[in-house]
Design a protein around this ligand. Sequence first.
Ligand code: ADP
Length: 440
Amino acid sequence: MPDIRLKAALFICALSAICLFLWLISGKTVALVTFSIGLLVYLISHIAWLHRLHIWFKTPVLKDIPEGSGVWEDVFTALLQYERNNITNQTQLSSALERFTLTANAIPDGLVILGASNEIEWCTPHAENQLGLALSMDKNLPIVNLIRDSHFIAYLYSDDYSEPFKLKSWQKPELVYEIQLIRFGANQKLLICRDMTQLEKVEVMRRDFIANVSHELRTPLTVVGGFLETLGDMQGAIPDAIKSYFGMMQEQTNRMRRIIEDLLTLSKIESNVEEPENTEIDMPRLLKQLQNDALGLSHSLYKTKHVIELEIDQTLKVTGAQSELQSALSNLVSNAVRYTPKGGKIAISWHRQNEQAVFAVRDTGIGIEQQHIERLTERFYRVDRGRSRETGGTGLGLSIVKHILIRHQAKLEISSEVGVGSTFSVLFPKSRVVQTLQLK
Ligand code: ADP
């Protein structure tokens, strides 16, 4: 049928052209009329095809696409091809989407995608269970409306997602989750929620075990140490022949007591979930005291004093737990003394850097090789065991420092060069900085 119509159209066009030609050379009206009729038929045939195209567009089913003829055959063939490609792409896309959803749902961690205003764009069923969300109802709601934990909100609005954050389930407090935020795309965030309940239980067991063992050992050691001291004080109680062994016994007992005290301090700090108190600490005064203690330690270890300098911003203070921060900073200063040979120089500085307050101890000591720096805050990690022992070390000092600083949202930075010296810096966050009025 379409072919007949095309042939008819072509025939009419040819006839019209002849008529037009005849009219031009003869001037007969009948030729002009015939030409006009031909043109009209030609136009009607195009309008008919356009109409069919329009009808098809209303319900574009692939199998119902008209075949067309002439130029319309090309148009409909191109349309057919385009539709076929479209359908293939759609099928591929929806199967990729399905695969992605299946994979994401199979991940045991909960995943949530947050938009630019922290609204929930999408989440997996695991995230719904863990965080008490329901995507069907909560889509596009700000996540802070649904997770109201103040620490979570502070973490979300902080710019620093380098460390994960621990969140206790508010529905079942025995469940502990680790939340990690990752920025991606156009100001979006991926929230990963991992169930840490089992690991947390093991961690608590480990802490309890160390605390219990340390407690159990402390009493007998105190008794042994006490007897050794009494014996040492008794004139003639220790025969000369065993005096050196007796001295070693005393030394080792003291070392064990120091280790146990440090282990107890560490487990106390680690298991303390309470926020540290927020006392305003008079840092200039505290640092002066640390300087005096360091001079005392220097004298008792080396029988001579190191040069210990102070560079302090007298107007700068921080808030925190006085005893904890004193213990952490004193640990860094005493390390500088212990790992700096006789005659070395130690500079303690306290200043403001942008919005943070920075405490730094710089020494001209033995220095630390780069590969050790990352591991220094691990329990019992020592670069030189001999030197650590000789100077009364336990290998726990920097672990204690690390945990105290975590509790105060402060950071420890270490830079060092072997044979040149080391700098241990503590960076206190803006929220803990107190800048008093300028002193006259
Ligand atoms: P320790 O009681 O052994 O000093 P710490 O935890 O305080 O334990 O320190 C861990 C290790 O870090 C030390 O054994 C030492 O090797 C190294 N260290 C710490 N401070 C310094 C320093 N200022 N200079 C060189 N090495 C240091």
